[in-house]
Design a binder for this molecule. Structure first.
Ligand SMILES: [Zn+2]
Length: 446
């Protein structure tokens, strides 16, 4: 109601213009028009094959990613974005200059341009299913490929929404081209309405994020920005505020198997294969990937190799907190020490740990999350903080590189599969969240 009053007052009193913060009071925004733009952009973008290469050592791992980045660059230049560049590694950066002279922080909105290396993204034929009215959505009748409320539970909250699927045999590529569609529509609104007061904004599009190589193509500090939001998969309101800390471990067992096994008992025979197997078996069963969920971390072994008298066990620990990481590291050490005690004839045994990704949460300034939640609430979207039971992807990598970043929903689901779909209404919610977040960011005083 308050918002409506402000709108009504400000539309008759030009003096309000300086005081108003809400972008909706300035911009003529039509939901249906926004949905049409988002649909047009997404269906146009999925025609670009940007599948990430599996093994290629270089970034970008496929040409299509650069072709697509250049296409976005051209569109951004056309609508008035500044400093639009595509680097040799295929990283696209663009600036939307500040319209306010107030000392506002620089915000970054980022997305990846690659699609999964696991399934083709070539010749994608998008299908638009308008006003979903419940029931199954047939993607491909010959292959009996369909979205149901069992394989896609998010459909239960998608009634009346417009949905976009592929046609079988490929991904849709909405992970993360739905983000590109949202960001280009967002840029179009901001650049077309310079009366909306906001701080500096940077848009970043990265290649090869899904194969883990592209995050190294960008130095987050070089952006000289304050806060970043990474648009990726998810339902309206979802944002990533937590991910796993990861610690790798390597246990090396040295034995002596080069004796006649019939004479082993009275020799210095020591079986490194058995030591490795014992170590694996002794790791706690109740802290394995398949026995843990929610915010409970786990230990898992992902390789056991033998080289003659040496056996090497490699694994990792994933935990949300430093306390849990210590607890699980101690369990690994205990199992290792037990194996050492069981095999007194061993020639050597060594356990080493190396730290990997960090939970981004402790590094996030609280205002990043509070501004985001404020923006959602203004748009009548319920904020839904989520924990990622993995390394946190691009948001965690940017945060580790010195630019605090939060993952944010883009309305794509079943990503990386033939059942992938985009919910245009959820994409539109993301667009409004970004616009309000940008226009309502308060001046910070330190
Ligand atoms: Zn993604």
């Amino acid at each position: 109601m308050k918002k409506f009053l402000l709108f009504a007052l400000c539309s008759v009193l030009p003096l309000c213009a300086a005081a108003q913060q809400n972008w909706k009071a300035v911009v003529r925004y039509d939901k249906q028009d926004a949905k049409t733009k988002l649909t047009e952009k997404l269906t146009e973008y999925v025609a670009y094959d940007t599948q990430a290469g599996k093994d290629a050592g270089k970034v970008p791992s496929s040409k299509g990613q650069t072709t697509f980045a250049k296409k976005l660059a051209k569109d951004l230049k056309r609508i008035g974005a500044q400093n639009v560049t595509v680097s040799k590694s295929g990283v696209l950066t663009a600036d939307i200059p500040a319209t306010s002279s107030a000392p506002l922080p620089t915000l970054v909105f980022a997305a990846h341009v690659d699609t999964t290396p696991a399934l083709s993204g070539k010749d994608v034929k998008p299908q638009i299913h308008t006003k979903y009215n419940g029931g199954d959505i047939v993607i491909n009748p010959q292959a009996n490929l369909r979205l149901t409320q069992y394989n896609s539970p998010q459909l239960m909250s998608a009634r009346t929404h417009d949905l976009i699927t592929a046609s079988g045999g490929t991904v849709l590529g909405a992970d993360a081209k739905a983000s590109a569609a949202i960001l280009l529509t967002y840029a179009d609104y901001l650049l077309g309405h310079t009366s909306v007061a906001h701080g500096p904004v940077k848009l970043i599009f990265l290649p090869d994020v899904l194969n883990g190589k592209g995050v190294r193509a960008l130095d987050p500090k070089s952006l000289q920005a304050d806060y970043a939001y990474v648009l990726d998969v998810g339902q309206a309101g979802e944002f990533t505020s937590e991910n796993f800390n990861i610690r790798y471990f390597t246990a090396v067992f040295e034995g002596h198997r080069g004796v006649n096994p019939g004479e082993a008992m009275y020799s210095d025979f020591a079986d490194n294969l058995l030591m490795a197997a014992d170590f694996h078996t002794l790791l706690p069963r109740q802290r394995r990937p398949e026995t843990t969920a929610g915010n409970r971390g786990f230990i898992w072994v992902n390789a056991v190799t033998n080289e003659g008298d040496r056996s090497i066990v490699k694994g990792e620990i994933q935990a949300f907190t430093n306390e849990e990481m210590k607890e699980l590291s101690d369990l690994v050490t205990q199992s290792f020490n037990t194996v050492k005690n069981m095999h007194s004839k061993r020639k050597g045994a060594e356990l080493t740990f190396t730290d990997g990704a960090k939970n981004l949460h402790p590094a996030l300034p609280p205002q990043m999350l509070s501004q985001l939640q404020n923006a959602m609430q203004q748009e009548e979207i319920t904020p839904a903080p989520s924990v990622r039971r993995d390394n946190g992807g691009l948001a965690a990598a940017l945060t580790a590189g010195g630019l605090p970043a939060v993952g944010l929903f883009n309305g794509s689901f079943n990503t990386g599969t033939e059942l992938e779909y985009a919910d245009v209404n959820v994409m539109e919610s993301a667009l409004r969240t970004l616009l309000t977040l940008t226009a309502d960011w308060p001046v910070e005083t330190n």
